[in-house]
Design a protein around this ligand. Structure first.
Ligand SMILES: Cc1cc2nc3c(=O)[nH]c(=O)nc-3n(C[C@H](O)[C@H](O)[C@H](O)COP(=O)(O)OP(=O)(O)OC[C@H]3O[C@@H](n4cnc5c(N)ncnc54)[C@H](O)[C@@H]3O)c2cc1C
Length: 320
Protein backbone atom coordinates (compact mmCIF):
# COMPACT_ATOMS: atom_id res chain seq x y z
CA UNK A 1 0.00 0.00 0.00
CA UNK A 2 1.30 3.47 -0.94
CA UNK A 3 1.15 6.27 1.62
CA UNK A 4 -0.76 8.75 -0.51
CA UNK A 5 -3.13 8.60 -3.49
CA UNK A 6 -2.92 11.62 -5.77
CA UNK A 7 -6.09 11.91 -7.87
CA UNK A 8 -5.23 13.88 -11.00
CA UNK A 9 -2.18 13.71 -13.23
CA UNK A 10 -2.22 17.31 -14.41
CA UNK A 11 0.63 19.63 -13.44
CA UNK A 12 -0.71 20.10 -9.88
CA UNK A 13 -0.98 16.36 -9.23
CA UNK A 14 2.44 15.57 -10.64
CA UNK A 15 3.99 18.45 -8.67
CA UNK A 16 2.29 17.13 -5.53
CA UNK A 17 3.64 13.62 -6.17
CA UNK A 18 7.14 15.06 -6.65
CA UNK A 19 7.02 16.86 -3.29
CA UNK A 20 5.73 13.74 -1.53
CA UNK A 21 8.42 11.55 -3.09
CA UNK A 22 11.08 14.10 -2.18
CA UNK A 23 10.07 13.49 1.44
CA UNK A 24 10.41 9.73 0.94
CA UNK A 25 6.69 8.91 0.85
CA UNK A 26 5.20 6.39 -1.55
CA UNK A 27 2.53 7.65 -3.94
CA UNK A 28 -0.04 6.32 -6.41
CA UNK A 29 -0.94 8.90 -9.06
CA UNK A 30 -4.33 8.06 -10.57
CA UNK A 31 -5.63 9.88 -13.66
CA UNK A 32 -8.68 9.17 -15.76
CA UNK A 33 -7.01 10.33 -18.97
CA UNK A 34 -5.20 8.16 -21.52
CA UNK A 35 -2.29 10.62 -21.24
CA UNK A 36 -1.13 12.75 -18.33
CA UNK A 37 -1.28 16.53 -18.51
CA UNK A 38 -4.93 17.39 -17.92
CA UNK A 39 -5.69 20.83 -19.32
CA UNK A 40 -2.13 21.22 -20.60
CA UNK A 41 -3.61 19.29 -23.47
CA UNK A 42 -2.55 18.41 -26.97
CA UNK A 43 -4.53 17.18 -29.94
CA UNK A 44 -2.78 15.15 -32.62
CA UNK A 45 -4.01 16.16 -36.08
CA UNK A 46 -5.45 13.23 -38.05
CA UNK A 47 -7.21 12.84 -41.38
CA UNK A 48 -6.82 16.53 -42.23
CA UNK A 49 -5.85 15.83 -45.83
CA UNK A 50 -2.84 18.11 -45.31
CA UNK A 51 0.88 17.56 -44.59
CA UNK A 52 0.17 18.36 -40.94
CA UNK A 53 -1.26 14.97 -39.99
CA UNK A 54 0.63 13.77 -36.91
CA UNK A 55 1.40 17.31 -35.74
CA UNK A 56 0.40 18.25 -32.21
CA UNK A 57 -1.72 21.34 -31.45
CA UNK A 58 -2.12 22.88 -27.97
CA UNK A 59 -5.89 22.92 -27.50
CA UNK A 60 -5.95 23.53 -23.72
CA UNK A 61 -3.81 26.15 -22.00
CA UNK A 62 -2.35 28.64 -24.48
CA UNK A 63 0.89 29.35 -22.64
CA UNK A 64 2.21 29.88 -19.12
CA UNK A 65 4.12 32.56 -17.28
CA UNK A 66 6.84 31.93 -14.70
CA UNK A 67 7.38 34.72 -12.17
CA UNK A 68 7.46 32.51 -9.07
CA UNK A 69 11.09 31.61 -8.25
CA UNK A 70 10.31 27.92 -7.62
CA UNK A 71 8.37 27.48 -10.84
CA UNK A 72 10.88 29.63 -12.76
CA UNK A 73 13.63 27.18 -11.75
CA UNK A 74 11.59 24.31 -13.24
CA UNK A 75 11.02 26.34 -16.41
CA UNK A 76 14.73 27.23 -16.67
CA UNK A 77 15.52 23.52 -16.61
CA UNK A 78 12.96 22.90 -19.39
CA UNK A 79 14.46 25.76 -21.41
CA UNK A 80 17.98 24.39 -21.01
CA UNK A 81 16.87 20.97 -22.21
CA UNK A 82 14.90 22.45 -25.14
CA UNK A 83 11.55 21.26 -23.77
CA UNK A 84 10.11 24.74 -23.27
CA UNK A 85 10.58 27.89 -25.33
CA UNK A 86 10.05 31.59 -24.85
CA UNK A 87 7.10 32.31 -27.13
CA UNK A 88 6.36 36.02 -26.89
CA UNK A 89 5.90 38.98 -24.57
CA UNK A 90 3.59 40.84 -26.96
CA UNK A 91 0.03 40.04 -27.97
CA UNK A 92 -2.26 42.00 -30.24
CA UNK A 93 -5.49 43.49 -28.94
CA UNK A 94 -8.64 42.87 -30.94
CA UNK A 95 -12.36 43.46 -30.88
CA UNK A 96 -15.16 42.15 -33.06
CA UNK A 97 -14.07 44.37 -35.95
CA UNK A 98 -10.36 43.51 -36.09
CA UNK A 99 -6.91 44.08 -34.59
CA UNK A 100 -6.13 47.32 -32.74
CA UNK A 101 -2.53 47.62 -31.54
CA UNK A 102 -0.45 45.48 -29.22
CA UNK A 103 0.20 45.00 -25.53
CA UNK A 104 3.51 43.92 -24.03
CA UNK A 105 3.58 41.92 -20.80
CA UNK A 106 5.56 39.10 -19.20
CA UNK A 107 7.25 36.40 -21.25
CA UNK A 108 4.82 33.69 -22.23
CA UNK A 109 6.30 30.20 -22.48
CA UNK A 110 5.26 27.34 -24.74
CA UNK A 111 6.65 23.92 -25.64
CA UNK A 112 7.91 22.63 -29.02
CA UNK A 113 6.29 19.26 -28.32
CA UNK A 114 3.14 20.70 -26.79
CA UNK A 115 2.51 21.79 -23.21
CA UNK A 116 1.50 18.27 -22.21
CA UNK A 117 5.08 17.12 -22.85
CA UNK A 118 6.18 19.23 -19.88
CA UNK A 119 3.90 17.39 -17.45
CA UNK A 120 5.04 14.11 -18.97
CA UNK A 121 8.63 15.21 -18.36
CA UNK A 122 7.91 15.97 -14.69
CA UNK A 123 6.23 12.57 -14.37
CA UNK A 124 9.12 10.74 -16.05
CA UNK A 125 11.52 12.20 -13.48
CA UNK A 126 9.56 10.91 -10.48
CA UNK A 127 11.44 8.11 -8.65
CA UNK A 128 9.88 4.85 -9.82
CA UNK A 129 10.62 3.12 -6.50
CA UNK A 130 8.35 5.62 -4.73
CA UNK A 131 5.76 6.72 -7.30
CA UNK A 132 3.43 4.53 -9.37
CA UNK A 133 1.35 6.17 -12.09
CA UNK A 134 -1.90 4.53 -13.20
CA UNK A 135 -3.99 5.80 -16.12
CA UNK A 136 -6.60 5.68 -17.37
CA UNK A 137 -8.01 5.28 -13.84
CA UNK A 138 -11.26 7.15 -13.22
CA UNK A 139 -11.51 7.32 -9.43
CA UNK A 140 -15.10 6.81 -8.29
CA UNK A 141 -15.09 7.02 -4.48
CA UNK A 142 -13.14 8.48 -1.58
CA UNK A 143 -14.35 7.51 1.90
CA UNK A 144 -13.17 7.70 5.49
CA UNK A 145 -11.04 4.98 7.08
CA UNK A 146 -10.05 4.59 10.74
CA UNK A 147 -6.60 6.00 10.06
CA UNK A 148 -6.68 7.59 6.62
CA UNK A 149 -8.90 7.26 3.55
CA UNK A 150 -10.18 4.59 1.19
CA UNK A 151 -9.86 5.38 -2.51
CA UNK A 152 -11.82 2.97 -4.71
CA UNK A 153 -11.43 0.25 -2.08
CA UNK A 154 -7.71 0.80 -1.41
CA UNK A 155 -6.60 2.26 1.92
CA UNK A 156 -4.12 5.15 1.99
CA UNK A 157 -2.84 7.39 4.76
CA UNK A 158 -4.04 10.42 2.77
CA UNK A 159 -5.44 11.54 -0.57
CA UNK A 160 -4.59 14.63 -2.63
CA UNK A 161 -7.37 15.76 -4.97
CA UNK A 162 -5.59 17.77 -7.66
CA UNK A 163 -7.80 19.24 -10.35
CA UNK A 164 -11.03 21.09 -11.15
CA UNK A 165 -13.42 21.38 -8.22
CA UNK A 166 -16.48 20.04 -10.08
CA UNK A 167 -14.53 16.85 -10.90
CA UNK A 168 -13.14 16.46 -7.37
CA UNK A 169 -16.45 17.44 -5.70
CA UNK A 170 -17.85 14.16 -7.01
CA UNK A 171 -15.41 12.52 -4.57
CA UNK A 172 -15.35 14.98 -1.64
CA UNK A 173 -17.55 18.07 -1.61
CA UNK A 174 -15.93 21.45 -0.93
CA UNK A 175 -18.53 24.11 -0.21
CA UNK A 176 -16.03 26.91 -0.91
CA UNK A 177 -15.41 25.83 -4.50
CA UNK A 178 -15.78 28.50 -7.16
CA UNK A 179 -17.97 28.19 -10.22
CA UNK A 180 -16.02 26.86 -13.21
CA UNK A 181 -16.40 28.31 -16.69
CA UNK A 182 -16.44 26.41 -19.98
CA UNK A 183 -14.42 27.16 -23.11
CA UNK A 184 -14.63 25.79 -26.63
CA UNK A 185 -11.30 25.71 -28.48
CA UNK A 186 -11.35 25.89 -32.28
CA UNK A 187 -8.34 24.64 -34.26
CA UNK A 188 -8.17 26.07 -37.79
CA UNK A 189 -5.60 24.73 -40.23
CA UNK A 190 -5.03 27.41 -42.87
CA UNK A 191 -3.47 26.97 -46.32
CA UNK A 192 -0.82 29.62 -45.68
CA UNK A 193 0.06 32.25 -43.08
CA UNK A 194 -1.59 35.54 -44.13
CA UNK A 195 -1.55 37.21 -40.70
CA UNK A 196 1.25 38.50 -38.51
CA UNK A 197 0.44 37.98 -34.83
CA UNK A 198 1.66 35.66 -32.09
CA UNK A 199 -1.66 35.88 -30.33
CA UNK A 200 -4.50 38.29 -29.64
CA UNK A 201 -6.65 39.11 -26.65
CA UNK A 202 -10.15 39.62 -28.04
CA UNK A 203 -12.34 42.06 -26.12
CA UNK A 204 -15.99 42.94 -26.63
CA UNK A 205 -16.63 40.07 -29.01
CA UNK A 206 -19.63 37.87 -28.19
CA UNK A 207 -17.86 34.73 -29.40
CA UNK A 208 -14.03 34.77 -29.03
CA UNK A 209 -11.71 35.79 -26.18
CA UNK A 210 -8.26 34.71 -27.43
CA UNK A 211 -6.48 33.71 -30.62
CA UNK A 212 -3.12 31.93 -30.71
CA UNK A 213 -0.84 31.24 -33.66
CA UNK A 214 0.13 27.66 -32.87
CA UNK A 215 2.91 27.66 -35.46
CA UNK A 216 4.64 30.65 -33.82
CA UNK A 217 3.92 29.21 -30.38
CA UNK A 218 5.42 25.83 -31.13
CA UNK A 219 8.17 27.27 -33.34
CA UNK A 220 7.55 25.36 -36.59
CA UNK A 221 5.61 28.13 -38.42
CA UNK A 222 2.73 25.82 -39.32
CA UNK A 223 -0.25 27.97 -40.42
CA UNK A 224 -2.46 26.80 -37.56
CA UNK A 225 -4.64 29.02 -35.39
CA UNK A 226 -6.35 28.12 -32.11
CA UNK A 227 -9.22 30.35 -30.97
CA UNK A 228 -10.92 30.20 -27.57
CA UNK A 229 -14.56 31.07 -27.03
CA UNK A 230 -15.96 33.05 -24.13
CA UNK A 231 -17.78 31.16 -21.36
CA UNK A 232 -21.29 32.36 -22.29
CA UNK A 233 -20.89 31.30 -25.91
CA UNK A 234 -19.36 27.97 -24.82
CA UNK A 235 -22.19 27.30 -22.36
CA UNK A 236 -24.69 27.45 -25.19
CA UNK A 237 -22.82 24.82 -27.20
CA UNK A 238 -21.60 22.31 -24.60
CA UNK A 239 -24.18 19.68 -25.53
CA UNK A 240 -23.09 19.73 -29.18
CA UNK A 241 -19.77 21.59 -29.53
CA UNK A 242 -19.63 21.15 -33.30
CA UNK A 243 -22.42 23.73 -33.53
CA UNK A 244 -20.03 26.32 -32.05
CA UNK A 245 -17.70 26.18 -35.05
CA UNK A 246 -19.47 28.34 -37.69
CA UNK A 247 -19.67 31.49 -35.56
CA UNK A 248 -16.20 30.96 -34.07
CA UNK A 249 -14.78 30.64 -37.59
CA UNK A 250 -16.69 33.71 -38.76
CA UNK A 251 -15.29 35.77 -35.84
CA UNK A 252 -11.76 34.48 -36.44
CA UNK A 253 -11.95 35.30 -40.16
CA UNK A 254 -13.35 38.77 -39.54
CA UNK A 255 -10.80 39.67 -36.86
CA UNK A 256 -7.74 38.47 -38.79
CA UNK A 257 -9.07 39.15 -42.30
CA UNK A 258 -8.41 35.57 -43.41
CA UNK A 259 -10.18 33.12 -45.72
CA UNK A 260 -11.61 29.66 -45.12
CA UNK A 261 -9.50 27.04 -43.34
CA UNK A 262 -8.46 23.82 -45.07
CA UNK A 263 -9.61 21.91 -41.97
CA UNK A 264 -10.94 22.69 -38.52
CA UNK A 265 -12.09 20.98 -35.33
CA UNK A 266 -13.43 21.93 -31.92
CA UNK A 267 -12.60 20.76 -28.42
CA UNK A 268 -14.99 21.24 -25.49
CA UNK A 269 -13.71 22.18 -22.03
CA UNK A 270 -16.65 21.90 -19.64
CA UNK A 271 -14.42 22.96 -16.74
CA UNK A 272 -11.79 25.17 -18.36
CA UNK A 273 -11.07 27.61 -15.57
CA UNK A 274 -12.43 28.71 -12.20
CA UNK A 275 -14.25 32.04 -12.05
CA UNK A 276 -11.82 32.95 -9.25
CA UNK A 277 -8.96 31.31 -7.36
CA UNK A 278 -8.94 31.08 -3.58
CA UNK A 279 -6.08 32.99 -1.96
CA UNK A 280 -4.74 30.00 0.03
CA UNK A 281 -2.23 27.73 -1.71
CA UNK A 282 -4.12 24.50 -0.92
CA UNK A 283 -6.45 22.94 1.63
CA UNK A 284 -5.71 20.06 3.97
CA UNK A 285 -8.58 18.69 6.07
CA UNK A 286 -7.22 15.71 8.00
CA UNK A 287 -6.18 13.14 5.40
CA UNK A 288 -7.85 14.91 2.46
CA UNK A 289 -5.98 17.60 0.54
CA UNK A 290 -7.05 19.74 -2.42
CA UNK A 291 -4.87 21.61 -4.90
CA UNK A 292 -4.94 22.96 -8.44
CA UNK A 293 -5.34 26.24 -10.28
CA UNK A 294 -8.34 27.33 -8.19
CA UNK A 295 -5.80 28.19 -5.47
CA UNK A 296 -2.96 30.73 -5.10
CA UNK A 297 -5.05 33.74 -6.12
CA UNK A 298 -4.76 33.47 -9.89
CA UNK A 299 -6.24 30.67 -12.00
CA UNK A 300 -3.29 29.66 -14.19
CA UNK A 301 -0.71 26.95 -14.77
CA UNK A 302 1.92 28.41 -12.46
CA UNK A 303 -0.60 28.47 -9.60
CA UNK A 304 -1.42 24.80 -10.19
CA UNK A 305 2.28 23.87 -9.88
CA UNK A 306 2.73 25.99 -6.73
CA UNK A 307 -0.47 24.63 -5.21
CA UNK A 308 0.38 20.98 -5.88
CA UNK A 309 3.90 21.42 -4.56
CA UNK A 310 2.69 23.17 -1.40
CA UNK A 311 0.07 20.49 -0.73
CA UNK A 312 2.65 17.73 -1.21
CA UNK A 313 4.99 19.38 1.28
CA UNK A 314 2.17 19.96 3.79
CA UNK A 315 1.01 16.35 3.50
CA UNK A 316 4.56 15.09 3.91
CA UNK A 317 4.95 17.19 7.08
CA UNK A 318 1.65 15.94 8.49
CA UNK A 319 2.43 12.27 7.78
CA UNK A 320 5.99 12.21 9.08
C1 LIG B 1 -8.97 26.47 -22.84
C2 LIG B 1 -8.00 26.71 -21.73
C3 LIG B 1 -7.11 27.80 -21.81
C4 LIG B 1 -6.19 28.02 -20.79
N1 LIG B 1 -5.28 29.02 -20.94
C5 LIG B 1 -4.30 29.17 -20.01
C6 LIG B 1 -3.26 30.12 -20.21
O1 LIG B 1 -3.20 30.80 -21.25
N2 LIG B 1 -2.31 30.24 -19.24
C7 LIG B 1 -2.31 29.47 -18.11
O2 LIG B 1 -1.40 29.61 -17.28
N3 LIG B 1 -3.27 28.55 -17.91
C8 LIG B 1 -4.26 28.39 -18.83
N4 LIG B 1 -5.24 27.45 -18.64
C9 LIG B 1 -5.32 26.77 -17.34
C10 LIG B 1 -4.31 25.63 -17.19
O3 LIG B 1 -4.55 24.67 -18.18
C11 LIG B 1 -4.51 25.06 -15.79
O4 LIG B 1 -4.23 26.07 -14.85
C12 LIG B 1 -3.63 23.86 -15.43
O5 LIG B 1 -3.50 22.97 -16.49
C13 LIG B 1 -4.27 23.20 -14.21
O6 LIG B 1 -3.61 22.02 -13.86
P1 LIG B 1 -4.26 21.07 -12.77
O7 LIG B 1 -3.32 19.97 -12.55
O8 LIG B 1 -4.65 21.87 -11.58
O9 LIG B 1 -5.63 20.56 -13.39
P2 LIG B 1 -5.86 19.66 -14.67
O10 LIG B 1 -4.84 19.95 -15.70
O11 LIG B 1 -7.29 19.83 -15.04
O12 LIG B 1 -5.60 18.17 -14.16
C14 LIG B 1 -6.58 17.47 -13.43
C15 LIG B 1 -6.48 16.01 -13.79
O13 LIG B 1 -7.39 15.29 -12.97
C16 LIG B 1 -7.89 14.20 -13.72
N5 LIG B 1 -9.14 13.77 -13.09
C17 LIG B 1 -10.26 14.47 -12.88
N6 LIG B 1 -11.18 13.71 -12.23
C18 LIG B 1 -10.60 12.52 -12.02
C19 LIG B 1 -11.02 11.31 -11.41
N7 LIG B 1 -12.27 11.16 -10.86
N8 LIG B 1 -10.17 10.25 -11.38
C20 LIG B 1 -8.92 10.34 -11.92
N9 LIG B 1 -8.48 11.46 -12.52
C21 LIG B 1 -9.30 12.52 -12.56
C22 LIG B 1 -8.07 14.78 -15.12
O14 LIG B 1 -8.03 13.74 -16.10
C23 LIG B 1 -6.87 15.72 -15.24
O15 LIG B 1 -5.77 15.10 -15.89
C24 LIG B 1 -6.18 27.17 -19.65
C25 LIG B 1 -7.04 26.09 -19.58
C26 LIG B 1 -7.94 25.87 -20.62
C27 LIG B 1 -8.84 24.66 -20.55
Amino acid sequence: MADVAVVGGGISGVACAAALAEAGLTVDVLDKGHRLGGRLAAQTLRDTGTPYDGRIVDVGASYFVADDPGFAAVVDDWLERGLARRWTDTFHLADASGLHGTKTGPWRFAAPHGLRSLVEDLAARLPSDLVAIAHPRDVQTVSDADDGVIVDGVEYRAVALCGPDPQMDRLVLDATAPVWEPVIALTALMGERTWDIDGAFVNDDPVLTFIADDGQRRGDDAPILVAHSGPVYAAGHLANPATAAPMMLASLQRILGIGNPDWFSVKRWTYARPAFARLEEYRLDGPVGRAGDAWCGEPRTQSAWISGTALGRALAASLS
